[in-house]
Design a protein around this ligand. Structure first.
Ligand code: HEM
Length: 393
């Protein structure tokens, strides 16, 4: 169905999805996880309170603050490299997606609490956190449409009282780090501490409650780990299948290495961010795999929900060209300044407006550092050639 210049698709009896960037706004109580007693900015449906939360939390997500614990992120990436190096001598096939997921948990643990969750160290899915997080993603996708059912399930405070919360050990870490923060010498080098500082600075004047700070820390893990992992997997997915681009990226990384521009053992963010081909591949991955595949941002006071799907928007040929379905990082490297500006403007994997993703700096730091460090040290190929055929060749 087309109305004026906008394309509308009815995706359920009460929801219409729009392929149009101008039609964007908020949503969902359901993101209060692991249960309703830990509200976060995402689950805050009141616009004004949501904006206060966003303001209170924003200091934790500045590039300067996030790069303070860079040495600790480096330790996680170095540990990943040594694990992969060891495995590559004994195993023919390594499930990269799993190791990237372990890395994602440990890095976000370090950035948020100065505490790794120990996934890389143990090399396994501790207390099924990854499996549970995946299941929670499905739960959220379904229950977002059935909020009244959610109230009887994870939205029910009794779940917490009975100790049945999913991902209890992530919650335990958040609470115990919050309690032990005074004893940690490097407690200032993390997101949580920035929020604690803000808590004291604006106490009683629109600041957050302690419980909300723990809720926000949990939201970081819940919203961030899977999303960053998806992008990182996507980046390797496309490079492995597009040899030409794998070679171009490698050339760029190898040259920077030969010229002594990349630190060892882990590449620094400021070194990785200047690599143009890597950056183009990152953007192209975000365009084709914007991680959130369902339509976002229900709006309007009528009984019908209106939403925008970035997956569709990013394939809009009037913005991204006739080959919008294809993987083509060159489109971020060539073209008139106007075309490039337009592409950048409508690349929206992190959402837009007041409830857009606060974790985009976290994502770019983790993805660029990891990908460049791994590509400098390892060669990657797919072990199941029969799965190589796909639409993004
Ligand atoms: C490439 C990785 C990521 C992508 C593509 C992504 C995407 C998004 C999108 C599209 C939204 C908006 C949802 C909406 O409109 O309701 C969002 C919200 C959010 N994201 Fe991310 N995200 C990523 C990484 C992260 C990371 C690493 C963190 C935390 C460290 C994070 C934390 C959040 C939070 C807390 C919200 C809720 C914001 C609010 O409602 O005000 N995200 N993300």
């Amino acid at each position: 169905m087309t109305g004026g210049k906008w394309t509308f698709v009815r995706i359920s009896h009460k929801e219409v999805s729009i392929d149009e960037p101008a039609a964007i706004s908020p949503w969902y109580e359901i993101f209060s996880l692991p249960d309703s007693s830990y509200p976060n900015q995402m689950s805050e449906c009141d616009h004004i309170r949501h904006m206060h939360k966003t303001k209170n939390l924003s200091g934790g997500f500045t590039l300067t603050n996030l790069l303070r614990p860079e040495a600790r992120i480096d330790s996680c990436i170095s540990l990943l490299c040594s694990r992969l190096a060891t495995l590559s001598t004994t195993q023919r096939t390594i499930p990269l997606y799993k190791w990237l997921h372990y890395l994602g948990f440990d890095v976000l643990g370090e950035m948020t609490f100065s505490e790794s969750f120990g996934f890389l160290q143990e090399g396994r899915d501790i207390r099924h956190a990854i499996r549970i997080t995946d299941e929670l993603a499905t739960y959220v996708a379904v229950m977002g449409y059935l909020p009244w059912v959610h109230k009887f399930l994870l939205g029910n405070p009794i779940i917490g009282l009975l100790g049945l919360r999913p991902n209890q050990h992530i919650l335990d870490t958040a609470v115990s780090v919050q309690e032990a923060r005074r004893e940690k010498w490097d407690a200032r080098l993390n997101i949580l501490e920035q929020w604690n500082w803000r808590y004291h600075a604006v106490k009683g004047k629109g600041g957050m409650e302690k419980r909300e700070i723990v809720g926000a820390a949990l939201a970081n893990i819940g919203a961030g780990v899977g999303a960053v992992n998806t992008v990182m997997q996507g980046l390797f997915y496309f490079l492995i299948r597009n040899k030409e681009w794998m070679e171009k990226v490698r050339e760029e990384v190898d040259q920077a290495h030969r010229e002594g521009r990349l630190s060892w053992p882990a590449v620094q963010y400021r070194e990785a961010v200047g690599l143009r081909v890597v950056d183009a591949c990152y953007k192209e991955t975000l365009r084709l795999f914007p991680t959130i595949a369902f339509a976002l941002l229900p709006i309007v006071p009528t009984k019908t929900t209106v939403s925008v799907n970035f997956w569709t928007l990013h394939r809009n040929t009037s913005i991204f060209g006739a080959d919008a379905e294809s993987y083509n990082p060159a489109s971020w490297l060539t073209g008139t300044p106007e075309t490039l500006r337009n592409r950048e403007k409508f690349l929206m994997p992190f959402g837009v407006g007041y409830n857009s993703c606060p974790g985009q700096n976290v994502a770019v730091i983790e993805v660029l550092k990891t990908v460049v460090t791994l590509l400098r040290r390892f060669e990657f190929d797919q072990r199941e050639p029969e799965k190589k055929e796909n639409q993004w060749k």
